[in-house]
Design a protein around this ligand. Structure first.
Ligand SMILES: NC(=O)c1ccc[n+]([C@@H]2O[C@H](COP(=O)([O-])OP(=O)(O)OC[C@H]3O[C@@H](n4cnc5c(N)ncnc54)[C@H](O)[C@@H]3O)[C@@H](O)[C@H]2O)c1
Length: 311
């Protein structure tokens, strides 16, 4: 199949691209390289450096005849979304709309979307289910929820089949340790640099950390399954930030005490996803344990670490 993967030079989607290529598909990556890196894009994929909001997108669609669009490109920084909600909505809502219009006009057969369970359910007393009320706590959460609704509209009125994947906290190789999104890559980066790790709040806040390899498997399943469905993609197992730090410090082999700083405003106490629907409709469940996933991620960053400068 001819597949367009947006954001394919970034963390998650570059792994999705690799899996689609391995399965024999013809993959085009659309990425403006604002955060993504050329080196993440497999040589067998075609890279088009363009903003998803660019009106010339229609030319790309007209020339390429994509069967499937897998949409991962996004403004992903929650704090930036608070400071500049216009920009956030412009990329996450209007950019998604431009892609949907192209799909409608040029007849794509399916739209797969990377949504965020962590950002749209709000506080989770029990593992969130897809039918739960959406209670985003940031413009980013609203823009993800808004994009989902537009996709469902195109499904209903223009018969564009879709699969919405609501990810938990994704971690793994290629995640940006310099950014804000991935606490695991940030912790590993600090440990490897022998810098103190800062934990905001008590560290007892819990998240559902899912390995990028499991997320890739869900994107592969979504090529042929889960039509017009919404699926949580997580582990169902919450882990506290303190537990995460302890595991990483143990892998690193040196347990330096973390530094605690005041909790950041608006941070959730608990976010965890129920994944029964994905198990049933996609035949998918998370298979990587947190210990295994952390070990793999640590090894990746260790190999990436530049050699220390000579004195
Ligand atoms: N990382 C997580 O834990 C997580 C959780 C839930 C959902 N998601 C979603 O998964 C997707 C990928 O996230 P990621 O963590 O890999 O982030 P990432 O920043 O590594 O990847 C996003 C990619 O999109 C590109 N991009 C950004 N704006 C663009 C634009 N206007 N036009 C074209 N390309 C653009 C960036 O250059 C980057 O390569 C996002 O949609 C994000 O909302 C991620």
């Amino acid at each position: 199949m001819k597949i367009l993967v947006t954001g394919g030079a970034g963390f998650i989607a570059s792994h999705v691209v690799d899996a689609y290529l391995d399965a024999g598909h013809e993959v085009t990556v659309l990425d403006d390289l604002s955060k993504g890196k050329k080196k993440n894009v497999a040589p067998k994929a075609r890279l088009v450096t363009m903003d998803i909001r660019d009106p010339n997108l229609s030319t790309l669609f007209a020339q390429s005849g994509f069967d499937i669009v897998n949409h991962h490109a996004a403004q992903i920084d929650v704090r930036r979304s608070m400071q500049d909600p216009f920009f956030d909505a412009s990329v996450n809502i209007l950019g998604t709309l431009r892609l949907l219009e192209c799909c409608r006009t040029y007849g794509a057969r399916k739209f797969i979307f990377a949504s965020s369970g962590g950002a749209i359910y709000g506080e989770c007393e029990k593992p969130a289910q897809e039918s739960d009320e959406l209670r985003p706590e940031s413009p980013y959460g609203y823009s993800k929820a808004g994009a989902e609704i537009y996709i469902q509209f195109y499904g209903k009125y223009y018969h564009l089949p879709y699969t919405l994947l609501r990810y938990a906290n994704v971690y793994g190789p290629r995640q940006d340790a310099l950014g804000e999104a991935g606490v695991i890559s940030i912790f590993i980066g600090k440990l490897l640099a022998n810098e103190p790790v800062t934990i905001f709040g008590t560290g007892r806040q819990e998240r559902d950390y899912v390995s990028v390899w499991d997320v890739v498997a869900a994107n592969v399943a979504a090529l042929t399954k889960g039509e017009n469905g919404i699926f949580n993609i997580g582990t169902q197992l919450p882990a506290s930030v303190n537990a995460l730090y302890d595991k990483l410090a143990k892998i690193h082999g040196r347990n330096v005490k973390p530094v605690y700083a005041p909790a950041r405003p608006g941070e959730l106490e608990r976010s965890v996803l129920n994944t029964a629907a994905a198990q049933q409709a996609l035949g998918w469940r998370s298979v990587r344990s947190l210990d295994q996933g952390l070990e793999e991620t640590y090894r990746f960053f260790l190999e990436q670490k530049p050699a220390p400068a000579k004195a």
